[in-house]
Design a protein around this ligand. Sequence first.
Ligand code: NAD
Length: 304
Amino acid sequence: MTQTTVAFIGLGNMGAHMAANCAKAGFTVRGFDPVSEARTRAEEYGIINCASAAEAASQAQVVVTSLPNGKILLGALTGEDGLLAAAPAGTLFIDTSTVGVADCLAAREAVMGAGHTLVESPMSGGTVGAEKGTLTFMVGADDEADLERARPVLEAMGAKIVHCGGAGAGQAVKLCNNMVLAINMIGISEAFVLAERLGVSHQAFFDVASTSTAQSWALNTNCPVPGPVPTSPANRNYEPGFMGALMAKDLGLALGAIDLSGTDAQLGRLAVEFYRQFSEGEGARKDFSGIINSIREQSTDQEA
Ligand code: NAD
């Protein structure tokens, strides 16, 4: 059996680890990212360093994209020297980016129009999940056979694959998931600041909350204060992780869906506003758990 070649487009915080796991699983991986440091790092993981996205895709049976947003995805697919023209006929495209339903459907139309197949597969689990290969993929595929074609590559990068429905359904689930994540992170950050002000140590609050009814990924894995979870971004000055700008993007997509569907999502709307403000400053390039610092700064001075 010939070895499947995977082109990996976007070797950032998530993509680099995912591409590395594909290489570890035995796929030949050809990678591209416009940032040369990202390509060099990926090379250390056994990925073939390509000079352009088209060069990476030209010899692939599968193209995986992990890109910042829908506009960049559509540009990479259809732009000059784009992926659709470069890929051999009938290539399987797996998009793992968070791009919203409308851009996902536009991508599917472009991919199908060029004679290829798209499985949209946004993901959850953060950079830790990307590194460990424990991501959850939310798949939108019109045809079960397309998902089966994508499954070996998804299994190399993740631990759970959920077929959410036809194209667009994966993005819909992702928006709902990240709205909850943002609300969770704001809630747990408010609780830490309140606990501080009540004279309780971070560790004491964590030891109770992380094993009781307040537990969540935001607390147990991505804890917004340094100490209790040594691998969380708070221990490295909030280096991402999951950047504030990406959370603000996801919440913008969620807000569009809230408005379109007429959903009474009041906490979701508040979360949009929190992360819009957070990502206007240096929070844009910090992990989204850095929201705790905004909450601390905006809390009133206590009387002596
Ligand atoms: P990132 O910004 O670290 O990585 C994106 C990479 O894409 C960058 O290295 C960038 O240089 C590259 N890029 C930009 N334009 C490109 C182009 N035209 N061709 C090729 N590469 C290009 O972002 P990330 O955190 O790795 O996230 C990637 C996607 O996954 C986003 O859509 C994000 O919302 C989603 N996501 C991220 C996380 C997380 O925890 N970081 C979790 C789930 C989903």
